[in-house]
Ligand binder design. Structure first.
Ligand code: 5GP
Length: 204
């Protein structure tokens, strides 16, 4: 099938904490979602190996040392990192891989993979963000304040991204991201293998 000959697409999805990116991400179809490694504690409702690989600091640092982490950051005093192997394998297989990472990681990935696509999901307002953070009742007041300060700083990086999607209605945000992914996959620059195959078939 010709459509299957397209090249893999790496998508960076960043959003301030509490913006609803997990829900949006869970609704995307046809994508591989990279599962990050973190040293933060598991929240109620989260599953090890699904939401994150929850690991000790010693294990995280060992993986980092062995070159098994593609990019990493320290966020609110905890480590977060993207395991390298799965991302490499999926991209080689021509899949769309989504990394749900914060802005520093987003910048690192853009440098490592200049043809990645970056999307910044914004809340309709900072008040909505604070409300959503409080509603999930998973952080202390101190952590909420810290996440709000980080969120304000992260919003300043939104202009560095290829696309900005507002998460006002979750359905619309999902549709917007799905549309971005669809058109990015159809780009000529990502279809070189497919074109070569068409030419080779015509000549043989
Ligand atoms: P949370 O603790 O709310 O799950 O995540 C905190 C922040 O870390 C979010 O902005 C999330 O996108 C980001 N994050 C999660 N995994 C990774 C990762 O592997 N690398 C980077 N750079 N950021 C990550």
């Amino acid at each position: 099938m010709l459509g299957e000959k397209r090249e893999g697409l790496l998508v960076v999805l960043s959003a301030p904490s509490g913006c609803g990116k997990d829900t949006v991400l869970s609704k995307l179809s046809g994508v591989r979602r990279s599962v990050s490694m973190t040293t933060r504690a598991m929240r109620d409702g989260e599953t090890d190996g699904v939401d994150y690989y929850f690991v000790s600091e010693a294990y995280f640092l060992k993986q980092l040392d062995e070159g098994k982490i593609l990019e990493h950051t320290s966020y609110n005093g905890k480590y977060y990192g993207t395991p390298k192997q799965a991302v490499d394998d999926w991209l080689r297989a021509g899949e769309t891989v989504v990394l749900k990472i914060e802005v520093e990681g987003g910048g690192n990935i853009r440098r490592l993979y200049p043809d990645c696509v970056s999307i910044f999901l914004v809340p309709p307002s900072m008040q909505t963000l604070e409300h959503r953070l409080r509603k999930r009742c998973s952080e202390t007041e101190e952590e909420i304040q810290s996440r709000l300060t980080i969120a304000e700083n992260e919003m300043k990086h939104a202009a560095e991204y290829d696309y900005i999607v507002v998460n006002d209605s979750m359905e619309c945000a999902v549709e917007d991201i799905q549309a971005i992914i669809r058109s990015e996959r159809l780009k000529t620059s990502r279809s070189k293998n497919m074109i070569c195959e068409v030419i080779n078939n015509a000549q043989s």
